[in-house]
Every structure is written in structure tokens, then in C-alpha cells.
Design a protein around this ligand. Structure first.
Ligand code: F3S
Length: 400
């Protein structure tokens, strides 16, 4: 990979050890993927924030980077942490864990990274425009940025996203290059979709079909008449989880879909495919009792918080109900009164975190959620049984 004189000086340590290490990470990545050069990025989203995933080694790496002068060169936001930073006691988080998590956040903040702790940075200010080169980690947000916004990012890991933040650069390969964004598979959706659960089920069904073909694909999806921001973020989380996708095109909905002709290779998704996906996340049979309801994977928008407040107004939940969202969105919901309605009903607003990255293994038995991604990780990481329900059914389950 060709480096400029200025980049060579960064690699030689001119701006300190943290920037040197960051450059080493980028140069190694560039060599692996055959990048020709580094390109500037204007926005970064860093994942790997929960102490539950990072552990002591991760915390040490971050503390070292902060102590050796690492500073964000571009707008950089953070993925969810392992707890609500202001209200962790209400979630039953262990004080020792809380202390380590606070050290993680302090290291990021010292590097000039915004501790927004959310997987939906595009809902509150980290909103790249069409064609903008960025370096994002967090699979659902990567998919949203590439497909829905038309920005350009590879699916970064925690260290490579941090390296991009500290240098303002990323290697030029993969989805930064126009040719690699071309669709390779036409997908006909021959059923009507409504709500976040349906879009999640579509992402899951399509993701599984693509995985089964064992060939990487960028689908051009046809047959969907409209989709809200919330439905698209649900779809992105799901297709990234079940199909490993970082980009899709949706006719009439995503901006790059107009650029390409329809690929010959075609598959259809029917209601039966989606129902099969939904059924597979109903473990075990319907007779077992839900003891945990979680909405907010990806983090809820202000509009979704409004819907939760409307559904809970004047009622009382009988199960643990987590409503997970970004702190900036929670602040808006505080101002307009949604959070007080939710809390009066007994719901817990868990900002900064989610049911996947919080250390809650063993707390609950069976979770109901409208998120296919949350079901996947609740089962594999938190060892929970899952019930994949609609948004409204999740609230009804919390009230039952
Ligand atoms: Fe976000 Fe956690 Fe889901 S990071 S996409 S809410 S697993």
C-alpha cells in the first residue's frame, strides 16, 4: 500500500505511540485486503465497548492508547456499553463491573470519542451523507450506513475503527470501491410486510438463504412498497446477523438501487419463509412463561419510545421490561414526557446498553422481543430462551 510522506511520518511515531499503533493496524489491514492507499474518513463508530466483551486485556489496550496521546481526528461515536452509565444499579449490575465499565468509557472519552453508547448513531447526529467514506463498526449500523444512507464503509472491528478515528484514515478496499457495491442477486419479496418484527423476519429468512448458498451476495430486493426508518434498522440488524451482509439495495427505498440493472440470479422470499424464521425463534413451546421483555435492538427511536408510552399509559407491567435506547434520544423522551409514562408503568429505560451486551447471563429464563438479532444473541451469549414477537405483542407480554 502506497503511503504519503505525512502518513509515513505517523507510522514512524511523529504524533506519538497511539497514532503509530493505529497506523500499524491500518497498514496491516491494507496489506491483507490489497488496498492501494489510505483514504480520509469523516465519521467513525467504534464497537467493543462493553466490559463484558472487552475484558481486562481490552481495557488495558484502550487505557494505553489513551495514555499515549491518542486523539480522535474525526467525529467518533461509541457502541452500547455493558450498563446504563447513570442508572446501572437499577439494572442489577455488579458494582465491580460498573467500575471497570466506567474506566472503559473514561479511556474513550480521554481520546475525544463521544460516549453516546448506542448502535443507532445515525438517529442523533452521526449521520453521514450519500457517498461519504466512513469507518464504522457495529454490523447493524454498517448495513444501515451503506444501504439506507449510501455512505461507504467496510464492516470494521473495534481496533480498526479506533485506528481510523485516531488517524482519520482507512484502507481503500471493499465497499469503498464503487465496483464492489454492485448487486449480484435479485430477491423478489412476494409477501406484504408490516412492522419491525416482519422486517426482522425477512432479514433472517434472506440471510439464512444467502448463507446456505455459501456464495457472498449483495441482494437487490424488489417488491417492498415502503419501509420506515425503524423497519429498516430492524432489517439491517437481522440481515447482518443471519447473512453477514454489510450492504443490500432495496428498489424504491435505498439510494443506490437505481444505479444498477437487475441481476439474473434470482430468489423469492415468501410468507412461509418468514413464518419458518419466526417459528424457529420460539423456543421452547408456548406454554413456558416469559419473565423478561426487551425492546430496543437496535436502539429505539424517539417515535418508538412514543409508541411504548402510548401502549403503557395508565397500565402496570408484571414482568421485567427493558426499553433500550441512546441517551440523547432518552433526553428528548424525558423532555416530552414519554419516559415518565414508561417508568410509571414499571418499565425500565436502559440507556447506553442493551440486553445483548449487558452482563445479565442467569438473570432471566425466557425473553420476548421484536428483534431477530436480539433473539440470536440472547440465545447464544446470554443462554436465554427466546420468543420472537411483534412490537405490540412484546408490550402485551410485559403487561400479562
Ligand atoms: Fe444494538 Fe445491542 Fe442490538 S448493540 S443492534 S441493541 S445487540
Amino acid at each position: 500500500m502506497e503511503l504519503t510522506h505525512a502518513e509515513k511520518r505517523l507510522l514512524a511515531g511523529e504524533q506519538g505511540n497511539a497514532t503509530r499503533k493505529a497506523m500499524e493496524i491500518l497498514v496491516a489491514l491494507g496489506a491483507i485486503y490489497g488496498a492501494d492507499r489510505l483514504i480520509p474518513v469523516s465519521s467513525v463508530q467504534v464497537a467493543g465497548v462493553s466490559y463484558d466483551n472487552l475484558g481486562e486485556a481490552g481495557l488495558e489496550f484502550l487505557s494505553e492508547m489513551a495514555a499515549s496521546g491518542g486523539k480522535a481526528k474525526v467525529l467518533t461515536t461509541l457502541n452500547p456499553a455493558g450498563m446504563d452509565i447513570e442508572n446501572w444499579k437499577a439494572l442489577g449490575i455488579d458494582p465491580e463491573f460498573a467500575q471497570q465499565q466506567e474506566r472503559v468509557i473514561a479511556a474513550f472519552t480521554r481520546m475525544g470519542i463521544l460516549p453516546t453508547c448506542s448502535c443507532t448513531p445515525y438517529l442523533f447526529g452521526n449521520l453521514p451523507h450519500y457517498g461519504e467514506h466512513i469507518a464504522w463498526a457495529e454490523s447493524s449500523a454498517v448495513c444501515y450506513a451503506n444501504a439506507v444512507l449510501g455512505a461507504r464503509t467496510n464492516r470494521e472491528g473495534g481496533p480498526s475503527a479506533l485506528a481510523a478515528s485516531l488517524t482519520g484514515k482507512t484502507p481503500n478496499y471493499g465497499l469503498h470501491i464503487s465496483e464492489n457495491r454492485r448487486p449480484t442477486l435479485t430477491v423478489r419479496v412476494v409477501t406484504k410486510l408490516t412492522g419491525t418484527r416482519d422486517f426482522g423476519a425477512l432479514g433472517m429468512a434472506l440471510g439464512r438463504l444467502i448463507e446456505a448458498r455459501k456464495v457472498k451476495a449483495i441482494p437487490l430486493i424488489r417488491g417492498i412498497s415502503g419501509a420506515t426508518v425503524d423497519e429498516l434498522k430492524s432489517f439491517c440488524a437481522s440481515i447482518a446477523t443471519y447473512g453477514g451482509l454489510a450492504l443490500f439495495h432495496m428498489e424504491g427505498i435505498t439510494p443506490e438501487s437505481v444505479l444498477y440493472s437487475t441481476p439474473d440470479d434470482t430468489l423469492a422470499i415468501t410468507r412461509d419463509n418468514m413464518e419458518e424464521s419466526i417459528r424457529s425463534l420460539h423456543q421452547p413451546g408456548m406454554e413456558e412463561v416469559v419473565d423478561f421483555v426487551s425492546l430496543g435492538c437496535p436502539h429505539l427511536s424517539l417515535d418508538e419510545l412514543k409508541r411504548v408510552a402510548e401502549l403503557l399509559k395508565g397500565k402496570k407491567v408484571t414482568k421485567t421490561l427493558w426499553i433500550t435506547t441512546a441517551r440523547p434520544i432518552k433526553r428528548m423522551a424525558d423532555q416530552i414526557g414519554y419516559t415518565s409514562i414508561i417508568e410509571a408503568a414499571g418499565g425500565v429505560i436502559a440507556a447506553d446498553t442493551c440486553c445483548v451486551v449487558a452482563p445479565i447471563k442467569g438473570f432471566f429464563h425466557l425473553v420476548a422481543t421484536d428483534s431477530a438479532k436480539a433473539c440470536y444473541y440472547a440465545a447464544s451469549k446470554q443462554e436465554l430462551k427466546t420468543r420472537f414477537v411483534s412490537f405490540e405483542e412484546a408490550i402485551q407480554e410485559a403487561l400479562r
